[in-house]
Design a protein around this ligand. Structure first.
Ligand code: SF4
Ligand code: SF4
Length: 388
């Protein structure tokens, strides 16, 4: 049975984080276990979540102290550690600098490798996508370890280990995947193939302070006090989903696809949880970004019709909008599904064309001030209740 360590850690205190990760490795099988992931003389690539340029301590990105705790432990197993990412928007180096990861990396001789170069890979037995261009650094590393932040996500409901690896698609190429895979089920299948291509070896999730509400960029911090680690990305994600409030992991699009395609363990009864008791760590007041409804899982021939009727849509919070046009820039659709337009009062605001919008929520994800939220259609509310 697939083993996952669930650890309680209430502060970003580097000694404590380091100790907890050591405890996790110990209960999962000690040195022998770690060596089964990190063979002697192998090079390690760490993939944190660097969604955008955020200050130190922001719940949007993998925390710098958490990152330091991980490095302190991994240093015992390899002297060749690098880290890298390619954020959804903005300069990778600035993102890594601003949130403190470069400072930590420099302290321990960990090299920063912003993902720029690509390598073409073909995946046999793909679920959905067999032809890939992915980050060369990520693909060519001996051991790829994902360090996701536990957060809500408008399209994927939550983002964890599997979704974090989307950053291994270089730069603006990410947007084209949204256009090619507008439905959450196909997008999820694509993410599973991506992780198969990359061969992501391990996940250590930063759930000490998670993000609730309008994630993945504009939600609020939530003290989840947890670190989750394991070889199976889907098992780690499933435990994270449970802690947040998805008692049935199949309620979430990515884990539903994992289950349907038998990509990895998902059901709680198929995962051996070591460390803390799951029930004692799970919470009931975490504000989910999305819940209910398998309405994304529809026959493609009726997708557009159903999307308009029941799929949630991006909606402007005018009081917050600074009219920066980033939502227009990041929209992957051609022509754009959101444009800056004059209203009746001659004021310029972003305006959405819902017929064109594929509901990828890139605009919501990357709005710098949280001025976009997800809203449900009337039918969506009737089917699933609530506004989200
Ligand atoms: S909604 Fe956000 S991204 Fe779009 S213009 Fe307003 S502030 Fe900028
Ligand atoms: S308007 Fe927003 S949600 Fe719609 S396609 Fe563009 S980025 Fe995606």
């Amino acid at each position: 049975m697939n083993r996952v360590a669930l650890l309680k850690c209430c502060d970003y205190d580097v000694e404590k984080v380091e100790r907890k990760i050591r405890d996790g490795f110990k209960i999962l099988g000690g040195d022998e276990y770690v060596r089964s992931i990190i063979p002697q003389n192998s090079n390690i690539l760490l993939k944190p979540n660097l969604l955008s340029i955020e200050k130190v301590g922001s719940p949007v990105v993998t925390n710098d102290i958490f990152f330091e705790g991980v490095i302190r432990v991994l240093k015992d197993y390899s002297s060749n550690i690098k880290f890298g990412d390619s954020p959804g928007f903005g300069d990778t180096r600035k993102a890594a600098e601003k949130c403190g990861l470069i400072k930590v990396a420099n302290k321990y001789g960990v090299e920063f490798v912003p993902f720029k170069e690509e390598v073409h890979v073909t995946l046999d037995k793909a679920i959905r996508c067999s032809s890939w261009n992915v980050s060369k650094e990520a693909y060519e590393s001996d051991v790829l370890i994902t360090l996701p932040k536990m957060k809500t996500h408008a399209m994927a409901y939550f983002t964890g280990a599997i979704k974090n690896q989307f950053g291994c698609i270089v730069g603006t190429k990410k947007a084209s995947w949204h256009t090619r895979m507008p439905e959450a089920n196909n997008f999820s299948k694509m993410l599973l193939d991506l992780n198969s291509v990359l061969g992501t070896d391990y996940a250590i999730m930063d759930g000490i302070i998670a993000m609730q509400g309008n994630g993945p960029k504009n939600g609020d911090p939530y003290n989840m006090n947890s670190i989750i680690m394991g070889k199976s990305l889907s098992a780690v994600d499933s435990i994270a989903a449970y802690l947040m409030g998805y008692k049935d992991p199949l309620e979430t699009p990515i884990l539903k696809e994992v289950y349907d395609s038998k990509w990895g363990p998902v059901l709680i009864e198929d995962i051996k949880i070591l460390g803390e008791e799951l029930e004692s760590m799970s919470v009931d007041d975490f504000e989910l970004c999305r819940k209910g409804g398998n309405f994304y899982f529809v026959n493609p021939t009726v997708t557009n019709f159903l999307r308009g009727m029941i799929a949630p849509y991006p909606s402007l919070i005018k009081e917050k909008c600074i009219k920066c046009s980033r939502c227009v820039e990041v929209c992957p659709e051609t022509p754009k599904a959101v444009l800056m337009k004059k209203d009746k009062k001659n004021e310029v605001w972003p305006e959405w064309d819902m017929k064109q919008c594929i509901r990828c929520f890139c605009c919501q994800e990357l709005c710098p001030v949280g001025a976009i939220e997800t809203r449900k259609t009337t039918l969506g509310k009737l089917l699933n209740g609530g506004d989200r």
